[in-house]
Design a protein around this ligand. Sequence first.
Ligand code: PEP
Ligand code: MN
Length: 328
Amino acid sequence: MTIIFEKSSGRGKRDEIARAALRLLPGAALRRRGRGLELRVRRPEKLADAAPALENLPGVEKVSFSECELSPLACAGGDRRFSSPLDFRRGPVLIAGPCAVEDEPSYLRAAAGLKEAGAHALRAAIFKPRSSPYAFQGIGWPGLRIIAKAKKLTGLPLVTEATDTRQVARLAEVCDVLQIGARSMRCYELLKEAAGSGRAVLLKRGMRATLREWLLSAEYLLSHGAEKLILCERGDSPSSGGGPLMDMGLIRKARKITGLPVIADPSHASGDRRLAAELARLALRAGADGLMMEASPDPLSAKVDGRQTVNVETFRAIAAAACARSRR
Ligand code: PEP
Ligand code: MN
């Protein structure tokens, strides 16, 4: 953490601020650097509460942090790729399925087709967070039986979005990975509940969220007990203008500083199936540990996000290219 003094602050004021910093953070190592005072502490989680008090002192212009000071658990680094329920140790993991589960026959057909085409896990969304309250919100709890059946038939693990704390325990009985969607990245109660579920958690980057905000949400999960965490870059909403905005640099950086598996969702990043396949390849080239793709046998009849859903044959080609990079 660095405290930047106001230009006009004199030596006496700066010494006073340094003493206040030591009162708030006993044992901190201090180093003066021009207009800044660097603080190194053994327990960085104390900084979040000390910062507002320091910022409030007369003579302080601002207090700045590195991502890793704010999120020490998320930034622990090392290699935190795991091998179950998804196996990140043997190459890119491919999670595929329609945007939403719509009915049993179409979902079971999609699940079987995608498994045969190379999927390692199924998207199994029964609750859909939609921008419009009038749009299809997912089939809800009746879908649990359908996704359980797909899991039994294919043997593939299920990745399911929880949109509310009240869904977590029941979803966790059947699903292998709980997904926190982009809109929910900042729903801290949901993060805590998912963290305590005993299931792996997939955390999407919120639209326009910075690396710092994404890692802070990861920190919520890790500090509340999540043991297996996957980060997913899904880009910023193309509907906000400017076309697909998946940040490959962010994928690289998040992988490097967290050591966690970081996957990409080219479907939501592109909003267009013609671009999704190309973004998928670029993400894998950037080092992504896997993909989450909207794919189904019949994208043209999808109720949700059909435009960005690839068909099984396109998915098969993406899977073959991904497989060429792996040891599967
Ligand atoms: C999804 O993956 O189903 C989804 C809603 O994506 P996002 O949260 O990235 O918008
Ligand atoms: Mn979707």
